[in-house]
Design a protein around this ligand. Structure first.
Ligand code: MF3
Ligand code: CO
Ligand code: CO
Length: 274
């Protein structure tokens, strides 16, 4: 079982960026569909009173039942099949049997599968119950639209700076801030590969996109200031001002005339309410 990309590009830091061919795209399509299918499956369980630990167990079972390995288990010492990040948690929230979701919470669930050696990485926001505040709804909506604006800019001839600029412009026009400490990433048969994908930037700057590149676009937007801190567990990232934060993630492959989203929801889910 050996796989070689059909070639490489180089990012602005000199890292090799694999250029994938049709067989890779087919493997990534299947992995992406399973990741988004996992997020579809968990939707009905995201209700007031459920623990994030219980959600994680359901997610792990679903992945294994579908022939996949949860990519995050054992990754840099992480022990769970998902990251579950409510409210002011920016990303990498650790599932816990002690953490109960409440009516009015907004929550990101991020899952990554390995299927036949190919990685599929996808996250989306959920509304818990009915009592979602106006600001929270707007933040979630804008974060989805910002991700989609970035995806619309992901095409051959454009640069990563164009992608980041599209996201940042929409976010800041609506007075939300963009988290700088985390970005999207190349992905294929490796979880986190080159290039690094900033969710801010300047038009025309950064690596020029060419067909065969595969990476995630996963902006985190805050309702308050952009600053974050990592808690003493070494994973959980929160907003320093405890303002709400939202994130969506898709995994895309650059094609001849744009990009293919590998992680579209089989159920047709985009942004909440679902
Ligand atoms: N899925 C996350 C991403 O989008 C990575 C999670 S790594 C973990 O890149 F160890 F925190 F699970
Ligand atoms: Co990712
Ligand atoms: Co992810």
């Amino acid at each position: 079982m050996s796989y070689e990309p059909r070639g490489y590009a180089t990012d602005t830091e000199g890292h090799k960026v694999p250029l994938h061919g049709p067989e890779a795209f087919e493997g990534l399509r299947r992995a992406g569909r399973l990741a988004s299918g996992t997020l579809d499956f968990i939707t009905a369980h995201v209700t007031p009173g459920v623990t994030t630990g219980a959600l994680d167990k359901l997610i792990e079972t679903f992945m294994r039942d579908h022939g996949a390995i949860p990519a995050t288990i054992g990754y840099k010492g992480y022990r769970h099949a998902s990251c579950i990040s409510p409210n002011h948690v920016v990303n990498h929230g650790i599932p816990s049997d002690d953490k109960r979701l409440a009516d009015g919470d907004i929550v990101n669930i991020d899952v990554t599968v390995i299927l036949d050696g190919w990685y599929g990485d996808n996250s989306r926001m959920y509304f818990v119950g009915e009592k979602i505040g106006v600001k929270a709804r707007k933040l979630v909506d804008l974060t989805y639209e910002a991700m989609m604006a970035g995806i619309a800019a992901a095409r051959p001839g454009n640069t990563l700076g164009d992608v980041g600029h599209a996201i940042q412009t929409l976010a800041e026009a609506n007075r939300f801030s963009v988290v700088r400490e985390f970005g999207g990433h190349g992905i294929g048969r490796i979880f986190h590969d080159a290039p690094h994908v900033d969710h801010f930037g300047r038009p025309g700057q950064g690596m020029t996109l060419v067909p065969g590149m595969v990476f995630t676009i996963e902006p985190m937007l805050n309702a308050g200031k952009p600053d974050v801190k990592i808690l003493s567990d070494g994973w959980t990232t929160v907003t320093r001002d405890r303002s709400l934060s939202a994130q969506f993630e898709h995994q895309v492959g650059i094609t001849e005339d744009g990009c293919e989203i590998f992680t579209l929801s089989p159920a047709g889910h985009t942004k909440p309410p679902y």
